[in-house]
Design a protein around this ligand. Structure first.
Ligand SMILES: Nc1nc2c(ncn2[C@@H]2O[C@H](COP(=O)(O)OP(=O)(O)OP(=O)(O)O)[C@@H](O)[C@H]2O)c(=O)[nH]1
Ligand SMILES: [Mg+2]
Length: 464
């Protein structure tokens, strides 16, 4: 029937109804041009979804109908099996039918049809002409209602008309559809032609397999990122000339900066996993992710109580400690006792003792150290933020081009996921935390896969 090797669908319709947005969402390609001005798309262009370098399915973005009534009149006068080829060869150099030739070309070579309309406006004469044209092509076809506005709803009117012209009808919003909605769309497409059922079944299972793989990757990035951040520390050399308060401040700043960088890297990995390449959409106004990782607001928004916040103080500054050259330890202990209050990290002395035990001589002098962070709340904040970011990215459809509206109260984002963990899950976190800080080596190793599993479970919940 055609030269097509993978299932191909032409996305067609009136200008400015959201065809390019639908293609963009279905192919997860945010580079496709979408515009408020009608007539943005002027040539038919195929976008192929590839999974593991294999071509899976193709959607063709087409220009909108410009002369549907004249085209229909010609179609009616020239019935026959090769109607489309005849139309295209007759008018290929005629400027009046330029868009019609362009948009009908993929159908002529065998593509199925996805007809897109804006369900927030009523059905007009031109639409009926377009639907009749598509019916006369005899190709398998599906109608999609993509409502651009929620204020008016003509869905029922559209459905009533569509029943006369299409095999399948579906409401699909290009600006809100998530992965599951895309799968449902593909499921519907299966019904437009029995011959395509098997092919589309393969497409669906490839999509699902790829989604699972991305989630496993996201989980690995998050687990690894948190492990690194939790275990991270920085130290600076103390000489007799060192102003230790300044050194402490510098180390703290550098420590926080490094952790921020780690988080950013983790987020950017997640973003590219889910193919948001072009746009780094700003997070909603209310999102906790808009606040600095180390701000008290972040912690409060994630549901930490005042008491927890007080004990979490060390996180805001990073935990201070010191690595001492054991040979010199006896001499310098006094110094640290003296600056204990200045560095403001609470039990500075305890920190020094612990670190002193751990470190062998030969460091070439005394050092002041920031991190690894002692407070598990720090890890919970990192976890919460990673999960929120994941939800933000996976729910964002690729066809959407506007900025996020502050239309939600942000209740969901106020409370961190970690505050709802069961005691058993908290135990998993705590074991991982200790392992990542380098405290419990053997148990720590086992704790990582356990923690990764927990993250995976939480991601699944967030993705829904
Ligand atoms: N709010 C909202 N806007 C949408 C939706 N779909 C499309 N739009 C907007 O409608 C306008 C037209 O979208 P396009 O996808 O470019 O429409 P098109 O049918 O490809 O238009 P042409 O290429 O000009 O024929 C853009 O401003 C989109 O952002 C939707 O589901 N919701
Ligand atoms: Mg377009």
């Amino acid at each position: 029937m055609n030269q097509i090797t993978v299932p191909e669908f032409a996305v067609m319709g009136h200008p400015n109804e959201g065809k390019s947005s639908v293609v963009s969402t279905l192919t997860e390609d945010d580079k496709i041009k979408v515009s408020q001005v009608p007539g943005e798309t002027t040539v038919s262009r195929a976008y192929t979804v590839k999974i593991d370098d294999r071509e899976i399915i193709r959607f063709v973005d087409t220009p909108g109908f410009q002369a549907p009534r004249q085209t229909l009149a010609w179609f009616r006068e020239h019935p026959g099996p090769d109607l489309l080829d005849k139309f295209i060869s007759t008018f290929k150099t005629d400027a009046f039918f330029a868009d019609e030739c362009e948009l009908l070309t993929p159908v002529a070579r065998g593509a199925g049809i996805i007809y897109v309309v804006d369900g927030s406006r009523p059905v007009r004469e031109d639409d009926l002409a377009e639907m009749e044209i598509l019916r006369l092509t005899g190709r398998p076809r599906m109608a999609v209602i993509n409502s651009k506005s929620l204020e008016r709803d003509y869905t029922d009117q559209w459905k009533q008309e569509f029943r006369k012209y299409f095999n399948v009808i579906r409401v699909f919003n290009s600006n809100r559809a998530d992965f599951y909605e895309r799968i449902r769309m593909l499921e519907s497409l299966k019904a437009i032609d029995q011959d395509w059922e098997q092919g589309l079944e393969r497409v669906i299972s490839a999509f699902k397999g790829d989604w699972d793989k991305r989630n496993r990757m996201a989980c690995a990035y998050i687990t690894h990122g948190i492990e690194k951040a939790v275990g991270f520390s920085l130290s600076g050399k103390i000489t007799p000339a060192t102003d230790q308060v300044t050194l402490k401040e510098e180390l703290t700043r550098a420590y926080q900066q490094e952790i921020r960088k780690m988080e950013k890297k983790m987020f950017s990995h997640i973003r590219s996993l889910f193919r948001h390449n072009l746009y780094d959409y700003p997070l909603p106004e209310y999102s906790v992710l808009r606040h600095d990782l180390f701000s008290e607001q972040t912690w409060e928004m994630l549901g930490l109580s005042r008491k927890q916040l007080a004990t979490a103080g060390a996180v805001v500054g990073g935990t201070m400690g010191a690595v001492l050259d054991t040979a010199a330890a006896g001499l310098t202990f006094g110094v640290f006792t003296a600056i204990g209050s200045a560095i403001g990290a609470g039990s500075a002395l305890a920190g020094i003792r612990r670190l002193t035990k751990k470190n062998s001589p030969g460091l070439g002098g005394d050092r002041l150290q920031v991190g690894p962070n002692e407070n598990i709340q720090f890890m919970y904040v990192l976890m919460d933020r990673a999960l929120l970011y994941y939800a933000h990215i996976t729910r964002r459809s690729h066809g959407r081009r506007d900025m996020p509206e502050p239309d939600r109260e942000g209740k969901m984002e106020k409370m961190g996921v970690s505050s709802g963990l069961t005691p058993a899950q908290q135990k998993v976190c705590s074991r991982f935390f200790r392992g990542a800080r380098g405290k419990v080596m053997i148990r720590g190793k086992k704790a990582a896969p356990e923690f990764a599993l927990l993250i995976q479970e939480l991601l699944e919940k967030e993705g829904r």
